[in-house]
Design a protein. Structure first.
Length: 213
């Protein structure tokens, strides 16, 4: 009786293991005009793939991995990224509104943003060292407690973006606009600015700054 019960238990375990979905790998592929909106993609892995004009808005990408991929003109607004790996990713002309990047896989987390909209997204406490934001809209993005050392904000709009206890050592803000950063609550050593945008460091002091003599 005991032997038969043990055999039945083992058979059940084997059945469960066989029905579990293994990650599906896609490599060196191009995906164009695909609508993934509000869909659950499951444990998929994409390596060296290109996505063009694809809609990931409100899609569930949890536990999926994207490695060395390029997204062009894609929409990731409100996408769920719990446990999602994003390593060596390039986003070009993409919308990533209200995305919580804190949920991503911290061991697969590196990207470049080029002419993207990331308004209302959060990078709270994330590692963004050497990350490039090129010509991006970053309105009300939360960078609190993030490591932005050596990052570049080139021609990017930081209106109402939050910096608190953020590592900004050697971060490049020379062509950034509309930022407000309090040096008293952020790490700022050799952070790069232009004379013309230094007023962004004084917003909390309610000063009346004039550029005329």
């Amino acid at each position: 009786m005991l032997f038969s019960q043990l055999c039945l238990h083992l058979m059940k375990q084997i059945t469960i293991m066989s029905t579990e979905k293994e990650p599906v790998l896609h490599e060196d592929k191009q995906f164009s005009n695909v609508n993934y909106s509000e869909k659950k993609l499951g444990k998929l892995e994409f390596v060296k793939c290109e996505f063009v004009n694809c809609d990931f808005s409100k899609s569930d990408l949890r536990d999926g991995d994207f490695i060395d991929c390029h997204f062009k003109d894609c929409n990731f607004s409100m996408a769920i990224l719990n446990g999602t790996g994003l390593k060596d990713i390039i986003f070009t002309g993409c919308k990533l509104l209200g995305v919580d990047f804190t949920r991503c896989n911290k061991f697969l987390f590196s990207f470049t943003f080029n002419k993207c909209y990331l308004d209302y997204s959060t990078f709270l406490g994330t590692k963004l060292k050497k990350t490039s934001f090129l010509g991006c809209s970053l309105k009300e993005v939360d960078f609190s407690e993030a490591d932005l050392s050596l990052a570049v904000f080139d021609n990017s709009d930081l209106s109402a973006a939050r910096f608190s206890n953020t590592n900004l050592e050697k971060t490049d803000f020379r062509t950034a606009i509309n930022f407000g950063i309090d040096p008293a609550v952020n790490r700022m050593k050799k952070t790069k600015f232009l004379v013309s945008n230094l007023s962004g460091l004084l917003q909390n002091y309610d000063l009346d700054i004039s550029y005329d003599s």
